[in-house]
Design a protein around this ligand. Structure first.
Ligand code: S3P
Length: 185
């Protein structure tokens, strides 16, 4: 693998589970950006948000992304949903990684969030659908801007999604945009 592979997309789309599978398939190390931040800082994402606010978390995230993208050999990195908010992160990802945007409908994402144990400070509150719609409106264009490929993962499990990502990675240089949808087998 000559370049890093970075997975981006809204919370709960399945970046971490697809990244683990991709790492196995590509024989590359898998890095979960949030997990690295937590490991280095010693606090959970939830605590960092609660004690220091989002801006402090974003600063840690930016520094961690730089470290990860400087690694050799290339890794598969699963990024927190908000990584694209920072223009410097977008530039770094575009320059050093093949970026795959995993996307799913709001309906599918909300259903996954309900089942998930991950605490997501930006999704906390009594109207998750409204929050998610806002995140999509704000970030959709940013994912689009840096994605070399988009994989729709509405249907199918993590293995199906992983196969779809491997397929887009296997097609050419990773420049130009390709959209692939997962289908239930
Ligand atoms: C965030 C998403 C989270 C985590 C943090 C902020 C966001 O990661 O980085 O809570 O801004 O969307 P996931 O996308 O893995 O939930």
């Amino acid at each position: 693998m000559d370049r890093h592979v970075a997975l981006v997309g809204l919370p709960a789309v399945g970046k971490s589970s697809v990244a683990r599978r991709l790492g196995r398939a590509l024989r590359a190390e898998v890095v979960d950006l949030d997990a690295e931040i937590v490991r280095r800082d010693g606090r959970s994402v939830e605590r960092i948000f609660a004690e220091e606010g989002e801006a402090a978390f974003r600063a840690l995230e930016r520094a961690e992304l730089q470290r990860v993208l400087a690694r050799r050999p290339a890794v598969v990195v699963s990024c927190g949903g908000g990584v694209v908010l920072d223009p410097a992160n977008r530039a770094a990802l575009s320059a050093h990684a093949r970026v795959v945007w995993l996307d799913a409908s709001d309906e599918a994402l909300l259903a996954r969030m309900e089942k998930s144990h991950t605490v997501r400070p930006l999704m906390a509150g009594d109207d998750p659908a409204e929050r998610l719609a806002r995140l999509r409106a704000e970030r959709g264009p940013l994912y689009e801007e840096i994605a070399d490929a988009t994989v729709e993962v509405d249907r199918g499990d993590a293995d199906t999604s992983t196969r779809a990502v491997l397929a887009v990675l296997g097609t050419g240089s990773g420049t130009g945009r390709e959209v692939r949808e997962t289908r239930t087998p």
